[in-house]
Design a protein around this ligand. Structure first.
Ligand SMILES: [Zn+2]
Length: 199
């Protein structure tokens, strides 16, 4: 997952535009009988608090806008994050421009963080890939991909949109969505041995 975050150039958009970040260090409790998301923890190197990984989640409204890193609600410092390779190049190239306002932007961003993390309820966050949720998540992803690949991209590239092309894209997106959702369900689930025991 770490390697994927660094080498996939598409993720530069998640990082630079949406402010989605992945911490450099993630810990997984292998003894807990819970989905991966519920046994993942992010340590803060400043105050040594072990944060539930769901502290930064869409459900809490904190998954995005983390341009300067993951804010630690305990000590107010920033938890170091990975940088995508393409983001790194873009950040390096724009440094001569950014240098003029980056410190003030960071100060303003930091001032807004305590408010955002005031009512974090990590335990209440449902797992989007657990039980039957994975099917809903997979089909939701398929619909978004279908609209992008079947309609939006061809429209902007001037490609012809036909019933045939729509059906083909719909089929590819459904298969892709199901594969993605099911593999995430397996990845997020309990230990492989326990999966085996449960059938
Ligand atoms: Zn901290």
């Amino acid at each position: 997952m770490i390697l994927h975050w660094i080498i996939n150039p598409g993720l530069a958009i998640n990082e630079l535009i949406f402010g989605q970040r992945i911490p450099k260090v993630s810990l997984v409790n292998k003894t807990l009988d819970k989905p991966r998301r519920e046994r993942s923890f992010t340590p803060c190197p400043h105050c040594e608090t072990l944060h539930d990984s769901r502290t930064w989640s869409t459900e809490n409204g904190t998954a995005f806008k983390n341009w300067f890193g993951l804010y630690c609600p305990t000590c107010g410092n920033i938890i170091p994050c990975l940088t995508n390779a393409l983001s790194f190049v873009i950040l390096a190239l724009t440094y001569p421009i950014r240098v003029w306002f980056i410190d003030r932007a960071k100060e303003r961003w930091l001032a807004k963080q305590p408010q955002r993390f005031r009512n974090i309820e990590a335990e209440e966050v449902p797992d989007p890939f657990n039980n039957e949720n994975w099917l809903k998540t997979a089909l939701g992803w398929a619909v978004i991909m279908f609209v992008m690949m079947g309609i939006v991209f061809p429209y902007f590239y001037g490609d012809e949109i036909t019933v045939h092309s729509l059906l083909f894209t719909l089929m590819m997106c459904t298969v892709g969505g199901l594969l993605f959702g099911y593999s995430m369900k397996l990845f997020n689930s309990k230990h492989p041995s326990e999966l085996h025991d449960n059938g």
